[in-house]
Structures are given as C-alpha cells and as structure tokens.
Design a protein around this ligand. Sequence first.
Ligand code: ADP
Ligand code: 5GP
Length: 197
Amino acid sequence: MAATSRGTTPVPPDSRPRLTVLSGPSGVGKSTVVAHMRKAHPELWLSVSATTRRPRPGEKHGVHYFFVTDEEMDKLIANGELLEWAEFAGNRYGTPRTAVLERLESGEPVLLEIDLQGARQVRESMSDAMLVFLAPPSWEELVRRLTGRGTEPPEVITRRLEAARIELAAEPEFDMTLVNTSVEDVARELLALVAVV
Ligand code: ADP
Ligand code: 5GP
C-alpha cells in the first residue's frame, strides 16, 4: 500500500472508475494536486464548475470556474443543468451536467473536484463513481495551509474551518483516503486511479 493511502484496496485495471470525485477540506491542497496532475497529463479532463464566488487573483473564467451571478446560478439549478450543486461557506458551486455526461459517454475519464455535499449527491446519482477524500497530515497543517494561501479574509477562513470539521468527520463515507503530505505522491496515486497512466 502506498504511503499516502489509508484504508484502501488496490484497484485492478479492468475496474478502474471513469468518474472520480476528489473532495476534502478547503486548503488541504486539492487544486494544487490537480494542477500537478494536469501538468504531467494535460489531456486529463477536469470538470469546470460554476460558482457565485468572486474570482481570486489569477483565476480565469472558463478555466478555473465559470463565475456566475446569483441569478445565473438560480437558472442553472432551475433548468436542471447541474449534475450536483451545493452552498459552501457563503457561495454556491455546481457541476455542469452535459459536459460531464458527454465525456463519460465517449469513454474518457472524468475528474470532479467538489465539496462533501456534492460528493454525496454524485454517490446517489452515479453509484459507480469513485469517491476520494484528500486529508491533511494534521489539523494544524490544514489551518497553516488555508491561512498561508492568503486568499480569504479571517471570517471566511473561520467559516471554511467550521466546514472542515464536518468534512473530516465524513471521511469514512469515501472509497479511499489519500493524505496530502506530498503533492507528487498524491498526484501519482490519483493519476493511476483515474486511469490516465
Ligand atoms: P484546496 O484546493 O484544497 O482548497 P489549495 O490547493 O489551494 O487547497 O492549497 C492550499 C495551500 O496549501 C496552497 O498554498 C498550497 O500551495 C499548499 N499546499 C498544497 N499541498 C501541499 C503540500 N502537500 N504540502 C505543503 N503545502 C501544500
Ligand atoms: P474554493 O472557493 O476554495 O474554490 O472552493 C470551495 C469548495 O467548493 C471546495 O471544497 C471545492 O471543492 C468546492 N467546489 C468547487 N466546485 C464545486 C462544485 O461544482 N460542486 C460542489 N458541490 N463543490 C464544489
């Protein structure tokens, strides 16, 4: 068993999941790991979510997120255009349904980076999805990473840490846990799981 994994069973090649969900508390390193994976494998398709959150410096519309207004998000939800959606720390986030289903129909692996509530919805609607939980090496390290990122004001960090306690408690709901001690190690394990390598 790889050093970063916990409670996992090796996945035989013929049963590798095509839809992989990566979840974990804010600041654990999900985006960093995914960016590392895509640097090595630009062909890996990651769903681009819609969000009502304002862009952080450097974030691009259509690349990191589709940045939408509250009204636009209302419409996406009302029209059934989202595979799942959730409110997280004061903003709404959702996965555009059609793009994901098209990729899956053409046999391409799909990666979703979404919160716990979204992961639970995917579990309900797509029972063969593989749910991966990214865990921090410790609570202190999670706080350090979230604070050190410097992208949220203190009150938002507090909300995200409150959510993190709930998310950490839900770890047993996931098929697999990877502990993000080393970005390289986690990225390698996830690439093998997503069946890109
Ligand atoms: P998330 O997408 O889960 O909210 P980020 O990818 O933005 O988290 O990472 C939060 C911070 O933690 C960033 O500053 C990132 O550089 C740092 N980070 C991510 N992974 C590691 C790691 N394995 N070791 C140390 N710092 C990390
Ligand atoms: P951030 O604001 O830090 O980019 O994301 C906050 C949280 O929202 C993270 O846990 C992230 O995984 C989650 N998230 C991003 N996109 C989606 C989505 O489409 N659906 C859901 N449910 N959560 C998402």
